[in-house]
Design a protein around this ligand. Structure first.
Ligand code: GYE
Length: 378
């Protein structure tokens, strides 16, 4: 009885967007994720009957499946789309109870959230890890508790692969290589193939797979071009505010020496563009600086359409149905692929480069139009 009341309370909290409940769920700046998580574990996990227990029992009977999802944060438009995809997929109507925890880009908050999920005896733990390393101990705890862990988006680097059941996300290295191949092809087509090209890299969160792959993709191309120089690589933490701040300082240091600004996500690009324009420079293929970006969110592609971003390499955030598919297969006692990569596109402001080639594979470049933007789901 108590269980059901608590479960109903949690579901109500979730549907209210956790506005007033103060439980594990979207956390606010004044209620850090880790604290909310711990408080919740105390209330739901130990003294009262855990809400997740109800889920576990129901799940065995083919009922509600309880998912504890540790989300990185709310740093970007990509992340918002990803959270929405998870929330709409793991809804009550679809037979799930989702315990959503926003870690505010802090690994310690994610570790606390996972421990909280273990205490609540959730059926599955889904982790979008902020960085790749540092997960062995807590994932071992989940394994010892017999709770399958599904990794989504960025990867984890663990000593023992059995610490997680499956991973679904993007090939970030390929994204970086595609972007660099576009730059190479564009500069060659524009007659700038021999020109000295100075690049700055506004990196993502250091140690995140999305940063590592995108940075490495660029670095490999810089190494392969005698006339390309990487003036600086500095983190913008995947946020607009930090992207702007980093660009302001890079402009102070390098000014108009900068030819290309390689932003590792759309939000950093928005901030960088503001900084460039406020400093009196222009962006675009015919401007002072070419701005490149990743994610291809609605707002990101809108900045391609209005010629501010020249090339935008897609990263798909709609992982909810993919994770649900994995969970449903596991529920049915089936096998799942250990690693699943999502297919992704590359977009540009014009058709100068029709395809980019990476490792012998051609990827078609889509020219952004309003129709392309309207057809997108995020
Ligand atoms: O590109 C960025 C977000 O991990 C793929 O994280 C994700 C990245 C995405 O903050 O916008």
């Amino acid at each position: 009885m108590k269980k059901k009341v608590l479960a109903a309370f949690m579901v109500a909290c979730m549907s209210l967007g956790m506005m007033a409940c103060g439980g594990s769920g979207d956390t606010t700046a004044d209620a850090p994720a880790a604290d909310a998580g711990t408080a919740d574990a105390g209330a739901a996990g130990t003294e009262s009957a855990p809400a997740a227990d109800a889920g576990a029992e129901d799940s065995a009977a083919g009922g509600t499946i309880t998912i504890g999802f540790s989300q990185v944060g709310a740093e970007s438009d990509w992340r918002t789309a990803n959270s929405e995809s998870m929330k709409s997929t793991f809804s009550k109507e679809n037979g799930y109870e989702l315990i959503f925890d926003d870690a505010q880009q802090k690994q310690e908050n994610q570790i606390a959230a996972i421990r909280n999920f273990i205490q609540q005896e959730v059926d599955y733990i889904v982790l979008a890890p902020v960085t790749e390393t540092g997960w062995d101990a807590v994932l071992q705890e989940a394994k010892d508790a017999g709770i399958p862990v599904i990794i989504v988006d960025r990867m984890v680097e663990v000593s023992d692969d059995s610490l997680f059941t499956a991973w679904v996300g993007s090939n970030f290295q390929l994204e970086g290589e595609k972007a660099a191949a576009w730059l190479d092809a564009y500069l060659t087509a524009a007659g700038r193939g021999e020109e000295e090209i100075n690049i700055v890299d506004i990196q993502g969160t250091i140690g995140a797979s999305a940063q590592i792959g995108r940075t490495n993709g660029l670095q490999a191309a810089v190494d392969a071009h005698d006339n390309w120089t990487l003036l600086a690589a500095e983190t913008g933490e995947f946020t607009q505010a930090k992207g702007q701040e980093v660009m302001e300082s890079l402009l102070k240091q390098y000014g108009d020496q900068i030819d290309v600004v390689y932003c590792e996500n759309d939000n950093e690009a928005f901030g960088a563009i503001d900084a460039i324009e406020q400093a009196g420079y222009t962006v675009g293929l015919d401007g002072d600086m070419i701005v490149m970006s990743f994610d291809s969110t609605n707002a990101g592609l809108t900045d391609v359409l209005n010629t501010k971003i020249s090339c935008n390499t897609e990263c798909n955030p709609l992982h909810g149905p993919r994770v649900a598919d994995i969970i449903q297969k596991l529920e049915a006692g089936g096998e799942v692929e250990k690693e699943q990569y999502v297919d992704e596109e590359i977009f540009a402001v014009d058709g100068t480069v029709a395809t980019v080639n990476v490792d012998g594979v051609d990827y078609e470049v889509t020219v952004v139009t309003q129709d392309v933007i309207d057809a997108r789901a995020y």
